[in-house]
Design a protein around this ligand. Structure first.
Ligand code: PEP
Ligand code: MN
Length: 338
């Protein structure tokens, strides 16, 4: 249920509603809009008539049921777009933020060179996997903590914050110690214990859509994180499995405007995993900007042919710079700053 307070509700009145809801066993989430305060009451509504218990208070304007299965993630709960802050980089309305870097951290020279080139071209956040979710147990699994240290070194010398994936609950504290933003990968989108664990942290989360998951399932996964009190969540469309073999995945760009209708959370597009083909990254990135994405997650490697993972979908620093240059021409046309 959403409880909409009359405009100008005082802190005491907000406290009064909060107290009553908690007494009835509800979790309370407050959304302070420019005009109104909205209180989300999350819990078992069976046998409790909130209209009667809360709706009668003079400073309550309306009690509205949220019809979608996700509550805090829904537009109904929060009308304004959420802005997620990764250090001093803001992801949200009016901007187009590019996160770029190698699929996996391989060596100091590889990550530093990529970081410098990404920054020089206009990327705002560095990406790179230290713990890699590989299909084969015999493929390169990442450098682990040494990889995190190299990413931290790259941050030190370039000033770029970084996002990196946590594969499981066990390594989450370690990843959180180093990273500015924590990535939950496609294969873990429905690892509910991991979602709850990142929900308990106060660090931004990049939640990637599962390759076999619907948009609503992605929003339900985001709800797990928000329900723990962490509202700093950025979604990412990275392609889904279809019968089409020409691309690694089918990049579902219609997901972006649908998410914008259903949710207030920002959403990025990953054209690299979305297509699996470096030759498609440029065009699909421009398309992502056009459909209203809040930014990109792009794989860049100084020498894609030699990459230890995802070489075929990684662009070179030169291709990346050309892409950013092109995006900068189009961004103002759709009201986005870069
Ligand atoms: C990644 O971004 O490094 C990655 C492994 O992507 P996904 O989880 O979308 O496959
Ligand atoms: Mn990859």
């Amino acid at each position: 249920m959403i409880i909409v307070l009359r405009s100008g509700a005082t802190p005491q009145e907000i406290d009064e509603v909060t107290r009553r809801l908690k007494k009835l066993g509800f979790g309370v989430h407050i959304s302070q809009g420019t005009e109104r305060t909205i209180i989300g009451a999350i819990g078992d509504e069976r046998g409790v008539n909130l209209e009667e218990k809360i709706g009668v208070l003079p400073f309550v304007e309306r009690v509205i049921p949220i019809l979608t299965p996700y509550k805090l993630t829904s537009r109904e709960f929060r009308e304004q777009d959420t802005v997620v802050r990764v250090n001093d980089v803001e992801i949200g309305p009016g901007r187009f933020v590019i996160i770029a870097g190698p699929c996996a951290v391989e060596s100091e020279s590889q990550v530093l060179e990529t970081a410098f080139r990404v920054k020089e071209a206009g990327g705002k956040i560095l990406r790179g996997g230290a713990f890699k979710p590989r299909t084969s147990p015999y493929s390169f699994q990442g450098l682990g903590e040494d990889g995190l240290k190299l990413l931290a070194r790259a941050r030190e010398v370039t000033g770029l914050p970084f996002v990196t994936e946590a594969l499981g609950i066990e390594e989450l504290p370690l990843v959180a110690e180093y990273a500015d933003m924590i990535q939950i990968g496609a294969r873990n989108m429905q690892n509910f214990r991991l979602l709850e664990a990142v929900g308990k942290l106060r660090k931004p989360v990049l939640l990637k859509r599962g390759m076999m998951n619907t948009i609503d399932e992605m929003l339900m996964s985001a709800e797990y994180i928000l329900a723990q009190g962490n509202y700093q969540v950025v979604l990412c469309e990275r392609g889904i499995r279809t019968f089409e073999p020409a691309t690694r995945n089918t990049l579902d760009l219609s997901c972006v405007p649908i998410v914008k209708k259903k949710s207030h959370l920002p959403i990025l597009v990953d054209p690299s995993h979305g297509t699996g083909r470096s030759d498609l990254v440029h065009s699909m990135s421009l398309a992502a900007l056009a459909v209203g994405a809040d930014g990109l997650l792009v794989e860049v490697h100084p020498n894609p042919v030699e990459a230890l993972s995802d070489g075929p979908q990684s662009v070179t620093p030169e291709q990346f710079a050309a892409l950013v240059k092109d995006l900068r021409r189009f961004a103002p046309l759709v009201g986005r700053e870069m």
